[in-house]
Design a protein around this ligand. Structure first.
Ligand SMILES: C[S@@+](CC[C@H](N)C(=O)[O-])C[C@H]1O[C@@H](n2cnc3c(N)ncnc32)[C@H](O)[C@@H]1O
Length: 247
């Protein structure tokens, strides 16, 4: 763990939370925290992986407060459905747009096979209890020939101490909340995709560079910027659902 992170933890109360408890607590302040360097880099890079969404049926799996759902609506998607495990996160999303939102686990999606043309899953796969099952479900609900775009914090990050954490000052002391997660390596992606009828078409790994400096500065974390410079901070993949003779 880098020294700056160790110092932060030493002067704070640190709590370890499950995904459900973590997002129940984070939901209200999530959007204020969401414009962090990783999310900003992902937003710039993911457009290189997404197909045209105009007229498409789009699933936003692990939609949280609806960031990608709103993007899909703005791009002219015909139908946008967001699912998430966390009702408090969905409640934040409900204030925002015309997407359909429902509580569901992405490992057990409540949709028929081939219901969507495009499936987006942003910053969520590291939280699921069964990674292969999650990829299989994303594939199942995608139409043959359709696209699945997944993004998450880059697994390299866990080696330099990145966490899934948020901070909240309770008036007396800074509280740090760490949410349970499991980073996944390329080998796991390739295996899960092969088993689920998905082909990896594109991999994008945006690195932290000068352009990200103002985002770090805004968070008061220039020391983290120096640590992260040059590292790929996000892993994004475009996956194609294979067409079979029957489809
Ligand atoms: C970091 S947020 C990302 C939200 C949104 N995709 C974005 O990029 O802004 C992760 C979200 O994944 C949700 N999540 C975690 N595990 C899930 C699961 N098994 N099924 C559905 N949603 C899940 C959490 O509740 C949380 O809202």
């Amino acid at each position: 763990m880098p020294a700056w992170l160790r110092r932060l933890f030493t002067h704070s109360h640190v709590h370890h939370l499950s995904v459900q408890d973590g997002y129940a607590r984070w939901a209200k302040q999530y959007d204020d925290d969401a414009h962090n360097p990783a999310v900003n880099l992902e937003e710039q890079a993911i457009v290189r992986c997404l197909p045209a969404l105009d007229g498409r049926r789009v699933l936003d799996a692990g939609c949280g407060t609806g960031r990608q759902s709103i993007y899909a609506l703005n791009q002219g998607a015909r139908l946008v459905v967001g699912i998430d495990l966390s009702e408090p996160m969905l409640n934040q999303a409900r204030r925002k747009g015309r997407m359909k939102l429902l509580r569901a686990d992405l490992c057990v999606l409540p949709f028929s096979d081939a219901s969507f043309d495009v499936v987006i899953c942003s910053f969520t796969l590291d939280y699921v209890r069964d990674f292969s099952l999650a990829i299989a479900e994303l594939s199942r609900v995608t139409v043959p020939g359709g696209t699945v775009v997944v993004s998450d914090l880059h697994p390299f990050g866990s080696f330099v101490g990145w966490n899934r954490a948020f901070r909240h000052h309770d008036g007396t002391r800074m509280q740090v909340y760490l949410i349970d997660h499991t980073p996944h390596l390329y080998a796991e992606y390739t295996r899960a995709c092969r088993q689920s009828g998905l082909v990896i078409e594109e991999v994008v790994e945006p690195r932290v560079d000068e352009a990200a400096r103002p985002d770090y500065e805004a968070q008061g974390s220039l020391r983290a910027y120096e640590q992260h410079q040059g590292l790929p901070i996000v892993l994004i993949m475009r996956l194609r659902k294979i067409r079979t003779n029957a489809s």
